[in-house]
Design a protein around this ligand. Structure first.
Ligand code: CTP
Ligand code: CA
Length: 214
């Protein structure tokens, strides 16, 4: 298969020296890209800034902002058989990017933020993607219900949900505990290293792709 994987955080500039981002390390997405490549698939990894080594045998497209990730996905999704959206995309960016460093003035500072495009949410409708589509859901409450909602709204075949409020798993960790939310059923996987979980998830996605093709 040709597989697109998004990974890592995005970085939204505020001024020449500051940006908004999040705690995503990119580890889950990179582990997925690596597992797909090891299973013999052709992988395009579209990634925000991380500290990680690029997995061997993967095509790598670095981006910074949500807008750049959107443009990259829009450009390449048509060539793909499957796509996995593991990136922690900023939902909002500063409304204006100051071209000079913002100086401190008053006692408080209010930032105006505007919505970024929902990349995964654009794939089925706007980009007309008909391949196998997998999203992640980062939640701190109502895990299953929220993941189910994302599965339906974004037209996914699978949403991999994790509770990012649990200590030691999820964001910025080597371990994860995920709930696989399919349209017709749900399966909980035990907590494990992201590198052990990834090949298991790849097999699941291969199965979904085979079902879609039949
Ligand atoms: N996602 C995306 N583009 C965005 C926001 C999210 O592609 N602008 C993708 C993520 O990569 C993930 C899925 O959508 O696969 C769900 O992301 P999440 O942040 O959990 O959900 P949101 O739809 O952004 O909703 P909220 O943050 O309000 O829960
Ligand atoms: Ca979000």
């Amino acid at each position: 298969m040709r597989v697109l994987v998004t990974a890592g955080p995005t970085r939204e500039a505020l001024d020449p020296v500051r940006y908004l981002t999040n705690r995503s390390s990119g580890k889950m997405g990179y582990a997925m890209a690596d597992a797909f490549a090891r299973a013999g698939h052709a992988v395009l990894l579209v990634s925000g800034p991380t500290q990680l080594d690029i997995p061997e045998g993967v095509d790598f497209l670095p981006i910074e902002t949500a807008e750049e990730m959107f443009d990259a996905v829009k450009r390449y999704i048509g060539k793909m058989d499957a796509a996995v959206f593991a990136a922690a995309v900023a939902d909002y960016r500063p409304a204006v990017v100051s071209d000079q460093k913002i100086k401190k003035t008053g006692e408080t500072l209010t930032l105006e933020l505007v919505r970024t495009p929902d990349i995964l949410g654009s794939v089925r409708g706007d980009f007309g993607f008909t391949g196998t589509l997998v999203g992640f859901a980062a939640e701190t409450q109502n895990l299953q219900q929220n993941a189910r909602e994302k599965l339906r709204k974004k037209g996914c075949d699978l949403v991999i949900a994790n509770d990012v409020s649990k200590p030691g798993i999820g964001f910025d960790s080597d371990r994860n505990e995920v709930l696989l939310v399919f349209p017709e059923h749900v399966e909980a996987l035990p907590e494990d290293e992201k590198h052990h979980l990834a090949p298991r998830l790849v097999r699941e996605i291969e199965r979904l792709a085979a079902e879609r093709a039949s």
